[in-house]
Design a protein around this ligand. Structure first.
Ligand code: WAQ
Ligand code: MG
Length: 266
């Protein structure tokens, strides 16, 4: 058998976790072809260093290229609000539009706001919430469900950065959240996602759903508030296992960029 030198690129999942005294400081997650592993790992090392961690882990795992699922990035729409109360109201309206029951939407926001982990802190991953009953379905309420192994095709990366920059959205958090949301929306049984950052200085969050894409809400909490989190809302009665397996294990590459709307809500 003749094997040609033209090989499909191998893909690697690269994960970084930096902490101090057992507390999480910074994390990152990429899925890149072999030739980018070194550059991306170096960039993560550099980023983690800015947090002065006492412990820093970078792991590189090959993924099976045949397993990679692709899909589009959701369109990003900026919701023009100027305070937290209005921001959270908009988030609730969006969740309702996505099919989440009103009480469940309100309670998800309250839970993230007070710290969704049983110890009152932030979870490491996301809550998995039944959109009809509000039941929390994640097996571990401190860890939650972790969406991992997702990225955008390397050739689309520069254009995505440009498009985001044009709309003053150059922060890496926005790009990363958009890619994470793309994978979450592609997961079987998931109808919506709610998120805001746990960084006390970063007040923005979003609601994402297949119907309206990624609604970016600049004020989901006050500056200085250390709480943040995520909720993945699922259809009642769906197959929990397949959804969790997709979110945590299946490699996902976005192969299309959506529209990035401007500040007036376009
Ligand atoms: N999978 C599931 N949940 C996660 C993951 C993950 N891979 N990473 C973080 N979380 C959960 C966890 O509870 C964190 O406390 C919470 O989400 C927030 O994480 O358009 O930066 O990394 O600019 O602080 C929103 C972007 C920023 C708004 C999100 O999240 C925008 C952000 P953070
Ligand atoms: Mg964080």
């Amino acid at each position: 058998m003749i094997i040609f030198a033209v090989m499909e690129s191998r893909y690697y999942s690269i994960r970084m976790h930096a902490g101090r005294d057992g507390n999480h400081l910074s994390g990152a997650e990429r899925l890149v072809p072999q030739e980018e592993v070194e550059t991306v790992a170096m960039a993560m090392l550099q980023r983690a260093g800015e947090y002065d961690p006492s412990s820093l882990k970078i792991s590189v795992d090959e993924v099976d290229s045949d397993d990679i699922v692709s899909g589009a990035l959701p369109n990003l729409t900026q919701v023009p609000v100027s305070d937290v109360r209005t921001g959270r109201e908009k988030a609730i309206q969006a969740l309702l539009a996505a099919g989440v029951t009103a009480d469940v939407a309100v309670s998800a926001i309250e839970t993230i706001a007070k710290g969704a982990s049983p110890d009152g802190g932030n979870m490491r991953g996301a809550m998995l919430i039944d959109a009809g009953t509000g039941a929390r379905l994640e097996p571990d309420q401190a860890r939650g469900i972790r969406a991992t192994r997702m990225d955008i095709l390397p050739e689309l990366f520069p254009r995505l950065e440009q498009e985001l920059e044009k709309k003053d959205l150059a922060h890496h958090r926005t790009r990363e959240a958009l890619i994470l949301a793309a994978k979450v929306l592609a997961a079987p049984g998931i109808i919506a996602e709610l998120c805001w950052s746990d960084d006390p200085q970063y007040t923005a969050g979003y609601v994402a759903a297949p119907g309206f894409g990624y609604l970016r809400i600049p004020h989901m909490k006050e500056v200085g508030d250390p709480h943040g989190g995520r909720a993945f809302f699922c259809m009642p009665g769906f197959n929990l296992e397949s959804s969790i397996r997709f979110l945590e294990e299946t490699p996902f590459l976005a192969d299309r960029i959506g529209l990035i709307g401007d500040k007036s809500g376009g």
